[in-house]
Design a protein around this ligand. Structure first.
Ligand SMILES: [Zn+2]
Length: 486
């Protein structure tokens, strides 16, 4: 009897100890994992709070997020009452919370330091215990937008053409540029562009009005800080319409047989195969439409590689003694057997001399592309800095490679008929921050002098006067200009 009682006591004790150990272990179980994704460092008028929390099977007893500032805590989120927040199940274990954050969404925020505090609690030990984790992030609340002031005057923009603007931003280290409708052109430091005495807030930007944008498209200079606060300024400008030519191109079977198979072969990503003559016309249409758009995106992507300084000097040069076969933004109607099959806009100049003529770099720069590029065949793109680039298509050979530095007039390759070309010619276009623009302006010494150098000279003079105590140095663009005149 006593033995049985002892056994019972030992058993109860063992169970109690076991329960104790389990209880203790449950309290030390892996806590939830919290990740504050945004804001990273600063928040302004508008922004988003994004927090991810993770626990086994995504089970939480509580998740809260708050912001602390000047000893005061403002709740931002609670899993029990998510309000305007979006709660998304990212994986079986992980949820992602996002909601508007910033002064407009949380009026209690004031400029200065703040701390985001996120806490998550998950059940443990059959729901009898809980394990919690807390994650904090120190941020800055920044509420004033950068100031922008336009310095240059008289901006004239042709439809499909380019223009140059000089402006000042404060604070100096913010992102800035020109917005033309929904297209953004980045601004660069004027100091880097060749005005050695310029203050760090002085910026320059090359921008354009695309051939297909409305003449009344709104244009403004903007400056945006890392908190997303944006200041803008209007600038005086006049826009001039331009009529583009219309032309008709007869596509015959000989052209299709010569041109289409190599393009299709070089572009497997288009997913087209040619097994008979009947496939040529549909393949041509796919290349002329879809591939033309893919190529334009690829070409625009090189804008990201532009040098933040002016590598070019003076006017750009046109292929020597060339006949202009097709001008910028020609509207082309394609005919096959007398029937209209397609319409496209030709965004460049077709310049023809004879076969296999040497092609020169239109200005100083760096080679950013030198290989096959869809309908442009063997294609070279030169970066001239500040978002300005030039493109040479349908080449038969390359004399340069990516990374090479070239001088104005240096031979970069030979003309040919690779890609979608009816015969040997050079397809040439200028690009401004990835947008194809009319090269005629860039070939024109008067345009360069009036639109670019006049504005640079004006601020150069001002900057020199403002920097009398610093040793005088001649601006590189002045040297370049003299060199060009000489
Ligand atoms: Zn062309």
């Amino acid at each position: 009897m006593r033995t049985l009682f002892r056994l019972l006591v030992v058993l109860v004790l063992l169970v109690a100890i076991g329960f104790g150990i389990a209880w203790f272990a449950a309290g030390r179980a892996t806590p939830p994992v919290i990740e504050i994704q945004s804001p990273a460092k600063v928040i302004g008028q508008k922004g988003t709070l994004t927090v991810s929390v993770q626990a086994p099977r995504g089970k939480f007893t509580a998740v809260t997020v708050a912001v602390e500032q000047n000893g005061k805590e403002t709740p931002l989120f609670s899993l029990s009452g998510p309000g305007t927040a979006t709660v998304a199940q990212e994986t079986a274990d992980r949820i992602r919370i996002s909601e508007p954050f910033g002064k407009q969404a949380v009026p209690a925020l004031t400029a200065g330091d703040a701390r985001i505090v996120a806490t998550a609690t998950r059940p443990s030990f059959f729901g009898l215990r809980e394990v919690s984790a807390t994650m904090t992030r120190d941020i800055k609340v920044q509420l004033t937008a950068p100031l922008v002031q336009v310095v240059s005057t008289k901006h004239y923009i042709n439809l499909g053409g380019s223009e140059f603007i000089i402006y000042r931003v404060n604070p100096p280290d913010v992102e800035s540029g020109v917005k033309v409708g929904d297209i953004v052109y980045r601004g660069f430091s004027a100091q880097a562009a060749g005005i050695p005495h310029a203050d760090p807030g002085l910026k320059i930007a090359v921008f354009a009005l695309r051939y297909d944008q409305d003449l009344n498209t709104p244009m403004e200079v903007f400056a945006r800080d890392e908190a997303g606060n944006e200041g803008t300024a209007q600038f005086d400008h006049q826009v001039f319409p331009k009529t583009f030519r219309r032309s008709t191109i007869d596509i015959n079977d000989a052209f299709l047989q010569r041109v289409v198979p190599p393009i299709i072969q070089q572009t497997p990503q288009l997913g087209v195969s040619i097994s008979g003559p009947g496939d040529l016309l549909p393949a041509f249409l796919k290349a002329n439409g879809e591939l033309r758009r893919i190529d334009a995106q690829k070409i625009a992507s090189y804008a990201a590689q532009t040098a933040p300084r002016m590598l070019w000097n003076g006017p750009f040069i046109q292929l020597g003694n060339s006949a202009v076969e097709s001008a910028f933004a020609d509207h082309r109607t394609y005919l096959h057997d007398g029937k209209e099959i397609d319409q496209q806009v030709h965004l460049g100049f077709d310049l023809a001399v004879t076969s296999n003529v040497p092609v020169a770099a239109a200005n100083d720069g760096t080679i950013v592309h030198a290989s096959y590029l869809g309908i442009y065949g063997n294609c070279i793109i030169i970066d001239h800095g500040l978002g300005v680039q030039s493109l040479y298509g349908h080449l038969s050979s390359f004399a340069v490679k990516v990374g090479d530095t070239v001088k104005k007039g240096q031979i970069i390759g030979h003309s040919g008929a690779t890609g979608m070309a009816g015969g040997d010619h050079l397809h040439f276009t200028m690009l401004v921050d990835g947008q194809m623009v009319n090269p005629v302006e860039w070939w024109d010494a008067h345009w360069i002098a009036d639109r670019v150098l006049r504005k640079l000279d004006a601020v150069d003079g001002e900057s020199q006067a403002a920097a009398v105590d610093r040793p005088a140095a001649e601006a590189p663009h002045r040297r370049a200009r003299r060199r060009h005149r000489g």
